[in-house]
Design a protein around this ligand. Structure first.
Ligand SMILES: NC(=O)c1ccc[n+]([C@@H]2O[C@H](COP(=O)([O-])OP(=O)(O)OC[C@H]3O[C@@H](n4cnc5c(N)ncnc54)[C@H](O)[C@@H]3O)[C@@H](O)[C@H]2O)c1
Length: 246
């Protein structure tokens, strides 16, 4: 129960890695506010988290929408009085090569990852600063460090998250707030399951551990960063890739 007594907000909690993080946090004793653009799936995660003992509320929020994020965060603070842990996980890709990436898709991908992450941090940093306590974990991707083929906007957005993480870590360190990024490799989530087997095989063949990650293997690392066991880690980019693109 390494998160007992903590309040955590997880974005993109309706499925995949975000859902696993929510359930892991509930198992570790945290209370939860869950955001997802899909309120239905988010509510299902909230119900499952409650069965694990968490006090939990689901919110239908588009993280790229600043007003929605700030409004929902105010509600969260009314209900829970504070947020100790923020996990910025919501996101999606609109894969395209350089000459095919459209302005619309470029904007959408940068908005959900970069603006979405900034929106949530700006809404919750003030309460963390006042309380001199906070753990912020931003879900980037190994593509943010190494680049991905036909992933122009996504790699730019995920690389941006690494820079944003380091910059905010420098600013918030004096307020006892740890800010870190997690860089998953290929992880077996509903979105990845829809991808062509050929693409996945190519990655798995190049991965020393010879398989995809399970979402709970990413959630375990996030739970460590959210706990006081990681008290001297900030500004880091933790790769959880099975050795792919090390
Ligand atoms: N699965 C992988 O292989 C992998 C690898 C590296 C990084 N990541 C990153 O991990 C995170 C989760 O990935 P996943 O595979 O679980 O994704 P997923 O598509 O399975 O789930 C993402 C969740 O985010 C929600 N979401 C999407 N846009 C949103 C918005 N604007 N506002 C609020 N919620 C929104 C979706 O509704 C969904 O519930 C993403 O940031 C992704 O880029 C995933």
């Amino acid at each position: 129960m390494k998160l007992k007594g903590k309040v955590a907000l997880v974005t993109g909690a309706g499925q995949g890695i975000g859902k696993s993080i929510a359930l892991k946090f509930a198992t570790e004793g945290a209370d939860l506010a869950l955001f997802d653009i899909n309120r239905g799936t988010c509510t299902v995660t909230a119900e499952e988290s409650k069965t694990l003992g968490a006090r939990c509320t689901a919110y239908g929020v588009d993280v790229a929408n600043r007003e929605q994020v700030h409004g929902a965060c105010e509600e969260v603070l009314t209900v829970f009085e504070r947020v100790d842990i923020l996990v910025n996980n919501a996101g999606f890709d609109r894969g395209a090569t350089l000459l095919k990436v459209t302005e619309k898709d470029w904007g959408a991908v940068l908005n959900v990852h970069l603006k979405g992450t900034l929106n949530c941090i700006q809404a919750l940093a003030p309460i963390m600063i006042r309380r001199r306590y906070g753990k912020i974990i931003n879900i980037s991707s190994i593509y943010g460090k190494s680049g991905g083929i036909a992933a122009i906007s996504y790699s730019a957005a995920k690389g941006g998250i690494i820079g944003l993480t380091k910059s905010i870590a420098k600013e918030l360190g004096k307020s006892n707030i740890n800010v870190n990024a997690v860089l998953p490799g290929l992880t077996d989530t509903p979105t990845i399951r829809r991808m062509p087997e050929k693409y996945k095989k190519m990655i798995i063949d190049a991965t020393p551990l010879g398989r995809m990650a399970r979402p709970d293997e990413i959630a375990n690392v996030v739970a460590f960063l959210a706990s006081d066991e990681s008290s001297y880690i900030t500004g880091s980019s933790i790769e959880v890739t099975g050795g792919w693109m090390m």
